[in-house]
Ligand binder design. Structure first.
Ligand code: FAD
Length: 258
């Protein structure tokens, strides 16, 4: 697929919870090409520092208005500068990058499992799946009892949400209950948390349900040149390094080697 490079206008950029912000950018024609799981690189300043663009997943798409929402967590230099962007600022956007989540043909019901900012790409996946009339169940966890990333947005979309804010409890316990009760799930998707990915991989094996993870590694070039984002993919005895930015970020949970 052709990679687009363009200037995008900031429509809004605001605080939503401690360390979490939401930016809206006007980004046609990117919005018509990008699929859930793929990401875009944002150059968050017009200066050479930071030098590299930063990868972000679309959170929600408003195709009618050409607006992409990105939910982001402030963790370092780039994201600290990003939160200072204001309406009408222009930023460079490159994408769509990477591969997309795959939805099995004929799927009727999927589950998304995430924690913290890892939930971001799963919200876009939910929005996309619902547009195909696929039912979505969300299993979310958060360390902050006052803020569960994506909960309200997903509920507004019509997704049934289960969540926990108790770090001692795994939100996947709810999904195990579903599976034990024979509630049919066609595929499971996760992102971010290694602990949740491992749990989803166990479910995949036990119930023979395909599952995918979007890996959020630190990236530099974002287009496969620098090899800075490689991960081991395969089995523990037979693996290869793959680039998260090109061969990923989406992989089967069963093929990620720790
Ligand atoms: C495919 C993909 C999609 C992503 N989507 C989103 C998203 O939708 N919303 C969002 O908030 N973030 C997302 N990220 C993570 C985001 O790209 C990083 O948080 C961002 O690049 C950090 O930039 P910075 O300059 O603020 O931090 P830096 O100054 O570069 O780093 C600050 C600290 O954060 C660590 N760090 C940087 N990047 C990552 C990372 N990816 N994972 C773990 N630790 C990291 C560094 O090691 C360092 O300790 C995504 C990453 C990938 C690869």
């Amino acid at each position: 697929m052709k990679i687009l490079q363009a200037q995008a206008q900031v429509i809004d950029n605001f605080y939503i919870a401690p360390n979490y912000y939401l930016i809206k950018i006007l980004s046609e024609p990117m919005i018509y090409k990008i699929l859930p799981g793929q990401f875009i690189n944002l150059k968050v300043t017009n200066t050479l520092d930071p030098l590299f663009s930063r990868p972000f997943s679309p959170y929600l798409l408003h195709k009618k208005d050409g607006i992409i929402e990105i939910l982001y967590k402030v963790v370092g230099k780039g994201t600290s500068l990003m939160k200072n962007l204001t309406e009408n600022d222009m930023i460079r956007v490159v994408g769509p990058l990477g591969n997309a989540f795959t939805i099995p043909e004929g799927a009727r019901r999927i589950a998304i499992v995430g924690r913290g900012v890892g939930i971001a790409p799963l919200v876009f996946l939910a929005q996309y799946a619902l547009s195909l009339e696929i039912e979505v169940y969300a299993f979310l966890s958060s360390g902050d009892p006052d803020f569960v990333v994506g909960k309200e947005t997903l509920e507004d979309l019509g997704v049934e949400v289960y969540y926990t804010t108790d770090n001692r409890k795994l939100v996947t316990d709810y999904l195990w209950e579903f599976l034990k009760e024979d509630i049919h799930i066609d595929a499971i998707y996760t992102c971010g948390s290694r602990r949740l990915r491992k749990e989803v991989a166990l479910m995949s094996k036990r119930y023979n349900i395909p599952s995918e993870v979007s890996l959020e590694t630190v990236m530099a070039c974002g287009v496969g040149v620098c090899l800075g984002c490689t991960v081991k993919i395969g089995t523990s005895s037979n693996w290869k390094y793959k680039r998260v930015c090109v061969e990923g970020p989406v992989f089967s949970t069963l093929e990620v080697v720790d």
